[in-house]
Design a protein around this ligand. Sequence first.
Ligand code: UD1
Length: 434
Amino acid sequence: MEHYIVKGGHALSGEVEIAGAKNAALAILAAAIMANEPVVVENVPDVSDIRAILQAAESIGAIVEKIDRHTFRINGAPVQDVPVDNEYIRKIRGSYYLIGALLGKFGHAEVALPGGCKIGTRPIDQHIKGFRALGADVYTANSHIIAEAEQLEGGHIYMDVVSVGATINVMMAAALSKGATIIENAAKEPHVVDLANFLNSMGARIRGAGTDVIRIRGVDHLHGTEYSIIPDQIEAGTYMFAAAATMGDITIRNVIPKHLECLTAKLIEIGCEVMESDDAVRVSASKRLRNTNVKTLPYPGFPTDMQPQITVILGLAGGTSIVTESIFENRFKYVDELARMGAQIKVEGNTAIVTGVDSYTGARIQSPDLRAGAALVLAALAAEGMSEIYDIHYIERGYEDFPEKLRSLGADIARVDTDEEQERAKRRFGMRAV
Ligand code: UD1
């Protein structure tokens, strides 16, 4: 079975280039089908979630041309008003963006219910509330969500919770509605802003993205455009934290340092050095890190998608830290795996009490979801001895060339499938079986 083999204990050092933001790309590629002209999207990350959304777009008629590994031309003119359902689309959370895109384009959308990482109940009531405020009927039938309206009209929506997905979805539908829409208590994440910029480059009229009030004046149609996706905040953060976890020194290129400020602040607080330049950050750690407390919050707070990674680091820091997860209720499942590596973490409700240990030891572990999977790889890189990490399909949903990039930083990591590959990797790393 495919898995990673990691021999830990090296300080990672060198430079790494960050890919386009997966979560921005999911929204932008869904929105691309709203235009009846070709749209060229650059800096698209080559990860499995993105392949799934592109397949879904093709399955309803979009013409998707791959110009190079990270650039796609998408023509939404042939898209038909048909149900979106295939084996991939049910697996990814971002598939629900096709509801907003198709509802805007046709006044009708039918999409299989979303999947994604199992990190809590993840309701979509705020998406539905938003579509209803635009005049749509929304209901479910045969595990599909159906949204339809004679005429989508602008509306005034106050989100009960700050939701990235609901903000994005309502923004897409409202872009092609009649009249003005106001979204209050909107999410402010960088990918919300990126989608608004993309839609505006297609002729939409969206103001205020990045603040908690977004105003949209509906337009009749969207035109073609060329657009480059922002760098991935979470991929960048993961490499920043890889430097901290392994006492390394990594320069992370093609980033927007502003998007990383909450991570930078925590790293400095626990004793790392962080240097920023226009489009790069360099993180180094030379002495044992200190404890701190972390609470996940909507942007610009500490992202829930970095919570497992910081817990891995705090598990090795001096003293006791408290990590509070306030976004998703079920996001500490990886703690049991980390405990097998020697971590001392007690979870009580949405809080983890982390008592730093001197080191982790290699173990055979499973990724419970995308970000926790990446965090466990960081733990394995910091650990003494060898680890085997299974269920890496989660990690591959969101990290382009993860083992390759880590290897370029000096990590001993191999993606193996067969027994021979496994033995070869172990021999290369000079290790016996776990
Ligand atoms: C997106 C990201 C995910 C990230 C999360 C929070 C994508 C594809 N995924 O997920 O990586 O972890 O933002 O930054 O971009 N909620 C409701 N009702 C709703 C919608 C959400 O109660 O209708 C709640 C959720 O249960 C959660 C909170 O709102 O507690 C935030 O969720 P949301 O921002 O919507 O996350 P996603 O868009 O699913």
